[in-house]
Design a binder for this molecule. Structure first.
Ligand code: BT5
Length: 259
């Protein structure tokens, strides 16, 4: 990554401090450590390569050198934001969707934390918290996005098909500009996190809405139903065959295979 370009581009938005690494284990790990010391609100850790990038449940996230965006944003939630921390993953995903829309692309959110382009995963989000007693003190929002084709892992390593921005836009994709737009989008959306219109915008871009899906919860339990939308806290709302309402707080959604 061109550091001068990066500095210039990011100077246009009101960030805290910025740390850049040519290579790092995981930007989320670095940001979590920084968050527990002296990181200001909206500080960012950016890396050109991750050697131990993480997804949820300690799954691996691949970030080969020079091909992707990998960054982690530190937030010190305000008292107004604290009741809505479970919506933060949606806020980050919406900022990614908006940045893609600016480039003429229609993206969708595969609940809870994947952004899809043409039905394939182009970005993943990992939100982690630093607790102080019973309260969340800081949040780290980690975002990984495949920019060039070289960022896309081989199919054998994937649970869901993946793509890169290059596949939709060609190779001249400005990583620094996209990073700028996502961060600016998060900052712009933040004051609206508690509004009903925020949930409505999130629901509008949910993948598989109205379709029969299968959700695998973290404990291996499978739930099937029609994907209706989101609950107030950002949980997924489904209905089963008897039209009973079901709520899922954690899981991986996939379309239900046709019998
Ligand atoms: C995620 O987890 O999708 C969250 C990914 C967050 C990555 C960012 S990068 C910056 C920050 N620092 C970190 O260490 N992490 C964050 P999950 O929904 O659990 O999906 C993980 C799964 O995605 C893996 O098991 C693979 O199947 C797949 N995967 C791994 N790398 C991928 C890639 N580059 N593109 C598409 N899919 C990938």
């Amino acid at each position: 990554m061109n550091q001068n370009e990066l500095k210039k581009t990011l100077s246009k938005i009101p960030l805290g401090d910025v740390k850049y690494f040519d290579s790092i284990g995981s930007t989320n790990n670095e940001a979590l450590a920084w968050a527990t010391s002296d990181a200001k609100d909206l500080s960012v850790v950016i890396a050109d390569e991750q050697t131990a990038g993480r997804g949820r449940l300690d799954r691996k996230w691949f970030t080969p050198k020079g091909t992707a965006l990998a960054f982690s944003l530190i937030l010190h939630p305000t008292a107004e934001e604290k009741p809505y921390l479970t919506r933060m993953v949606g806020l980050a995903a919406l900022a990614v969707v908006d940045a893609l829309q600016t480039r003429g692309l229609i993206a969708q959110i595969k609940w809870p934390n994947d952004v899809l382009l043409n039905g394939r995963k182009v970005a993943g989000i990992l939100v982690e918290s630093v607790w102080s007693g019973e309260e969340v003190d800081c949040l780290v929002i980690g975002i990984g996005m495949n920019i060039l084709k070289g960022a896309v892992p081989p199919n054998a390593l994937l649970q869901f098909p993946a793509t890169s921005l290059e596949e939709s836009l060609g190779p001249d994709v400005e990583r620094e500009e996209i990073l700028h737009d996502i961060l600016a989008g998060i900052i712009a959306l933040r004051p609206h996190i508690g509004s009903d219109s925020f949930i409505a915008s999130w629901e509008k871009v949910l993948a598989f809405r109205g379709e029969q899906v299968q959700v695998e919860e973290g404990d291996g339990n499978q739930i099937t139903g029609r994907l209706l939308g989101l609950e107030y806290d950002g949980s997924l709302r489904l209905s089963d065959e008897q039209s009973n309402s079901l709520t899922v707080r954690f899981g991986d959604v996939r379309l239900r295979p046709h019998p």
